[in-house]
Design a protein around this ligand. Structure first.
Ligand code: GLA
Length: 385
């Protein structure tokens, strides 16, 4: 079913501002594998989905810009060339993009915009990266800045890091901007070299199961994990190695320090080293549509995120453990930063209904709510429509 906001935003724009606005969209993302590797200079394998953020937008000669968050029914007015010190939380993503563009010498002029999204918020599908990406793409076109897609990705990340204040890696906005339908992206987060990996799903579907919760810990623990990873790099560099990030660490080298390294730091590093290898291995398997073996790597990823990286939570674990013995399930794992959000599951299409019945019963009896579920279809990256 098409999201009702998509048809409404044009009418809202015209009633409020008049004229014919342009339309841009940018997708949310899934991540097949490669969790907490992006800020360690490692590998990820995300894909864009067909849930997206859309904006109707046009430049204005007025002295102020008007932003309407259609889904929230809120409006925020400001001057694009003199950004205010305070704004509603949702507007920070957009002001952050303007700020990052100004940092690169490009001044966004005043504009009117109405945006909406059908990406569930807090489900780990990167609704915020989609919001940053769609405005980055729109400003680039409207004001003819000629930023490349790579620069737009950096601009969106800088908006999130410096303006919104979340120290996320580059995966989410990279996927939102570079996504292609039916493809995943194998991204090297250090060099930003990437290539598309066809997602040959055959009889399988990508099923997302949403815990419906987001634990408070999510952003504070995310920053703690980043610091723990940096501490391991420093440990090795004090010994005379020259690691730029955990990407440069190998398992044999890590093991030499097992007797002296804090066990928590050892476990964090073991996750990152193992996860990078799993991304490369899974990419090869996907090329041959070997979802059975790929699924085993997804389970291994979940175990590692739970036991070594400590970013899972009981709700995510229950979802993965419940589906694992079900016929037709190839693999499952928590997806994204952790502490809530979704699991990603590779399931034979004909077994989805049975799986949902089982999962709903188990989850409801434990947590009193039904997990939401979505079949994720891949989608294209940020573009004008
Ligand atoms: C969040 C961040 C990403 C990435 C994932 C974990 O989604 O925004 O940059 O670090 O967590 O893989």
């Amino acid at each position: 079913m098409t999201h009702s906001g998509f048809s409404s935003i044009r009418t809202v724009f015209q009633e409020r501002f008049g004229g014919e606005p342009r339309l841009f969209q940018s997708p949310g993302r899934i991540n097949v594998i490669g969790e907490h590797t992006d800020y360690n200079g490692g590998y990820v394998l995300p894909a864009g989905i067909d849930l997206c953020c859309r904006v109707r937008i046009a430049p204005t000669k007025e002295a102020r810009s008007s932003l309407i968050a259609h889904d929230l029914g809120e409006t925020f007015e400001f001057e694009a060339t003199a950004l205010p010190d305070a704004c509603p939380p949702w507007a920070a993503y957009i002001l952050g993009v303007i700020h990052s563009m100004a940092h690169r010498g490009k001044s966004v002029g005043n504009f009117n915009a109405v945006f909406t999204a059908d990406i569930p918020i807090g489900a780990g599908l990167s609704s915020s990266a989609a919001l940053e990406s769609v405005f980055a793409c729109a400003f680039n076109e409207l004001f003819q800045f000629h930023f490349s897609n790579m620069e737009l990705t950096r601009i969106a990340q800088q908006a999130e890091n410096e303006y919104v204040g979340l120290q996320c890696g580059i995966m989410d906005m990279f996927a939102s901007i570079h996504a292609k339908k039916d493809q995943a992206l194998l991204l090297d987060c250090r060099s930003l070299d990437f290539h598309y990996v066809p997602l040959n799903m055959q009889q399988y579907v990508i099923l997302l199961l949403d815990t419906g919760i987001k634990h408070e810990l999510a952003s504070s623990e995310y920053n703690v994990r980043r610091q723990e990873c940096e501490a391991v790099v420093e440990h090795f560099n004090r010994l005379g190695h020259s690691l730029v990030s955990l990407r440069d660490l190998t398992l044999p080298l890590l093991k030499t320090q097992r007797p002296v390294l804090d066990p928590i730091l050892f476990a964090r590093a073991r996750h990152v080293v193992g996860e990078n290898q799993r991304v490369l291995d899974l990419k090869r398997l996907v090329r041959h549509a070997d979802w059975k073996s790929a699924g085993q790597l997804m389970y291994a990823s979940h175990q590692s995120l739970r036991n070594d990286y400590s970013v899972s939570c009981p709700e995510l674990d229950v979802l993965v453990e419940t589906v694992q013995p079900i016929n037709g399930v190839m693999g499952a794992r928590m997806m994204g930063g952790g502490f809530g959000g979704c699991t990603i599951n590779i399931v034979e299409q004909s077994h989805v209904d049975h799986l949902l019945e089982t999962v709903n019963t188990v989850y409801q009896s434990k947590y009193g709510i039904l997990p939401k579920s979505y079949i994720a279809h891949t989608g294209d990256g940020a573009c004008a429509i």
